[in-house]
Design a protein around this ligand. Sequence first.
Ligand SMILES: Nc1ncnc2c1ncn2[C@@H]1O[C@H](COP(=O)(O)OP(=O)(O)OP(=O)(O)O)[C@@H](O)[C@H]1O
Ligand SMILES: [Mg+2]
Length: 219
Amino acid sequence: MKVIAIANQKGGVGKTTVTMQLGAALSRRHRVLVVDVDRQQSTVWWAENLHERLPFDFAGSQNPKALTGLRELRVEYDFVLVDTPGALDDTPVLESVLDAADYVVVPLTPEPLAVEPTMRTISRLIEPRRLRHAVLLNRIDARIPSQLHTWQDLLDTTWGVPRFDAYLRQYKTQSDAPILGQLVTNLRDNRRTAGTIADVTRVGIEMAAQAIPTLAGRW
Ligand SMILES: Nc1ncnc2c1ncn2[C@@H]1O[C@H](COP(=O)(O)OP(=O)(O)OP(=O)(O)O)[C@@H](O)[C@H]1O
Ligand SMILES: [Mg+2]
């Protein structure tokens, strides 16, 4: 079982979006539990809007301390994804999650103001715990040709932090998903949704291979 924290002390970079969509993508091949320790409880609202069963087990409103008991659960999960708060006030909650995590996904939107809080999250909270981690670029605008490569290059050379090769583009399908109760597993595959489905699927494959190296190539 791998506990994956989705974390960034910068608000609004896509932690909840990544948790829910990645949970759905991974649930196609793996046993997945999604846990929410953010008092905003965005995943709970999203889950309530779903008209069908969630494709993963779900524990909204969890005390982060409960995570330490996860390894004694009778249900064996391949992945436990934890959505964490973005507010600095909630740093102790985030720290408890990181203490229990095996791997951290750090979503980042291509905005200059997001950089400093992201790098601070990595250098102050993630690196001191020697946790494996990777930045996931989110809300990439396909209409700006150089944006993806500029940001990948900044991560690789200027900031020197590990990143996913996969990334998520900005789509209305993504921003509408919480209110429509949609996940990649229940989206009808058409021209409007294909980009979102492809992006999230790629992230799921890379995440599984990163967290469990023996899974590489066995998706
Ligand atoms: N790839 C995307 N395309 C379009 N909209 C997106 C995308 N990713 C996230 N969003 C939208 O951006 C907003 C912020 O995303 P989200 O709530 O997932 O961020 P967060 O990091 O969980 O925020 P918080 O720190 O407040 O918990 C939401 O309205 C969400 O729908
Ligand atoms: Mg959130």
